[in-house]
Design a protein around this ligand. Structure first.
Ligand SMILES: [Cu+2]
Length: 125
């Protein structure tokens, strides 16, 4: 895995400030998942000491309103890659235990169906 980055400190995966109560408590990690194998894999879950709860989320356009929702897994096709980005898939950090500043490193463990656990570090941008 490469290119893990995090945007912390606010409800960053919402397109606008619609959920003020979340501000300062949540963050999202945008990672690029690359599958160099010949069999499909899937990201099943993620965990991090930096937050109370970590979920896999996607953002869907629901009747013109962008909403994020948890997903059970994120499929990564054989030889393919998934680029998480604002407005798409992200690893949601709910209830950050510390304020995150730009440049801070957030450890995250990603658990894959085939690949097992992968430790990564996300840099707050
Ligand atoms: Cu989210």
């Amino acid at each position: 895995m490469d290119g893990a980055t995090a945007a912390g400190g606010r409800s960053c995966c919402l397109p606008s400030g619609g959920m003020g109560k979340m501000e300062g408590a949540n963050g999202a990690i945008y990672a690029t998942l690359t599958n160099t194998g010949t069999q499909a894999d899937a990201l099943l879950s993620a965990s991090s000491d930096a937050a109370q709860t970590v979920e896999l989320h996607e953002v869907k356009n629901d009747g013109g309103v962008m909403k994020m929702r948890p997903v059970a897994k994120i499929d990564v096709p054989a030889g393919g890659k998934i680029e998480m980005k604002p407005g798409g898939y992200h690893v949601m950090l709910l209830g950050l235990k510390h304020d995150l500043k730009k440049g801070d490193k957030v450890p995250v463990t990603l658990k894959f169906e085939r690949g097992g656990e992968v430790n990564a570090e996300a840099t707050v941008r």
